[in-house]
Design a protein around this ligand. Structure first.
Ligand code: SF4
Length: 401
């Protein structure tokens, strides 16, 4: 598997697969043809259906020059859900064409003769193999990560956490309405303040964790700087848990936060390797479900729980996200995405609490639930995979008609 750094990308929202990935593809094409006269771009499938709400055209044309870009949209289910074709024009001739799949989390894969080869960092690809190796060598999961990653991992995770906290702080104080036709109000500032006198501890915990997740996802929806965790649409759950724990307990030092972040990254890598983190491929279980598993594992790692309990926390979190569909209203990463991240953060904390008690009696391994999530995603009807044609996206508009 590749470095944990490939999971956490600091960039601009609202979507890693529909905004960041296409932007990286456009940069690749521009670097090869800086003198091109024009670029004809075709967006396929999910990119064609929800690209506008995810600012796909805007992100690509900003890089290539709006004056030089034109777009077509085509549905062709034989191709990847997030397929893009670039044709490069010079002196009225089509001089080159490039095709990419935006595979989730801001990653792109080029189709053809010159694929970008990822640098492999970890020799293991499943949790089972990692757990067995750690136990045989008396390593914690965090020690395992440090053994294989370069020394620049921790400085990078430091920057990642800074970017997450900055998004939380900006989101908590920014009021107003999010871009797009839905008129969704920014609600993190409301959640950041108590509404009850003598607020019970559990209500306060729920409210604060939710406020942090709302803050990050509202920043994402507004095109602010966020960190993919593992995607932009699912960027709020993990920072909410890390920041809440960091604030709440004096023993939760920054070192422990980075430990949690590293373990969350490893969980994201395992899911990406053996299943998918793309909503267009696997539905929201692949995005927010993965984020929930990452946040649950992070929480367990911050408490320095044993590897079996970290696994069980991630397993519970993903198992109870199975079947979650992707149905963003009007293709905007707002409804249900923002609230969903808050619920995911709370579920992650809950999964960690359950794992402390239930790990010994657990019958399901993390790898099993990862496989299940992937197969469920493959079986899921296309209208529930980031096409804005099913679920809430359909019924919201039906009600309006
Ligand atoms: S519903 Fe889930 S997968 Fe779909 S855009 Fe929203 S956060 Fe991403």
């Amino acid at each position: 598997m590749e470095s944990i750094k490939t999971i956490f990308k600091i960039g601009i929202g609202p979507s890693s697969s529909h905004t960041m990935g296409p932007a990286f593809a456009a940069e690749t094409v521009l670097n090869r043809h800086p003198d091109a006269d024009a670029f004809e771009i075709t967006l396929f499938n999910s990119l064609a259906l929800t690209g506008e709400g995810h600012l796909t055209d805007f992100a690509i044309s900003k890089i290539l020059d709006p004056e030089k870009t034109s777009f077509k949209r085509i549905i062709n289910n034989a191709l990847h859900p997030n397929h893009i074709l670039f044709k490069v024009i010079k002196d009225d001739e089509r001089i080159a064409k490039y095709e990419f799949d935006s595979v989730g989390g801001g990653d792109i894969e080029e189709i053809g003769d010159d694929p970008m080869v990822p640098k492999i960092v970890y020799p293991h690809t499943t949790f089972n193999d990692i757990r067995d190796y750690c136990k045989a060598n008396n390593l914690t999961l965090y020690e395992y990560i440090l053994k294989y990653e370069d020394e620049d991992l921790l400085p990078y995770l430091d920057k990642v956490y800074d970017a997450m906290v900055a998004a939380i702080k900006r989101g908590l104080k920014t009021e107003g309405v999010l871009p797009g036709p839905l008129g969704v109000k920014r609600r993190a500032p409301l959640l950041g303040k108590p509404r009850m006198k003598n607020e019970p501890a559990e209500i306060k915990e729920n409210r604060l964790v939710s406020a942090y997740a709302f803050a990050v996802n509202e920043e994402n929806a507004a095109g602010g700087v966020i960190v993919t965790a593992p995607t932009a649409g699912a960027c709020g759950a993990l920072p909410a848990v890390l920041y809440y724990m960091h604030q709440k307990y004096s023993f939760m030092t920054r070192d422990r936060v980075l430990e949690g972040l590293a373990v969350a990254g490893l969980i994201g890598l395992i899911i990406r390797k053996n299943a998918t983190i793309s909503g267009a491929v696997g539905g929201c279980q692949a995005e927010v479900g993965s984020a929930t598993a990452m946040a649950a594992a992070a929480n367990a790692a911050m408490f320095r729980l044993p590897i079996d309990q970290i696994e069980n926390a991630a397993e519970i979190a993903l198992e109870h996200s199975l079947g979650l569909t992707c149905d963003p209203v009007d293709g905007y990463v707002q409804i249900p995405c923002i609230e969903r991240n808050a619920v995911a953060a709370l579920r992650a904390i809950n999964a960690c609490g359950l794992a402390i008690v239930l790990t010994e009696s657990s019958k399901i391994k993390f790898d099993t639930v990862v496989k299940t999530m992937y197969q469920t995603g493959l079986d899921m009807d296309i209208k529930y995979k980031e096409t804005a044609r099913g679920g809430l996206a359909y019924f919201y508009r039906k009600k309006e008609d």
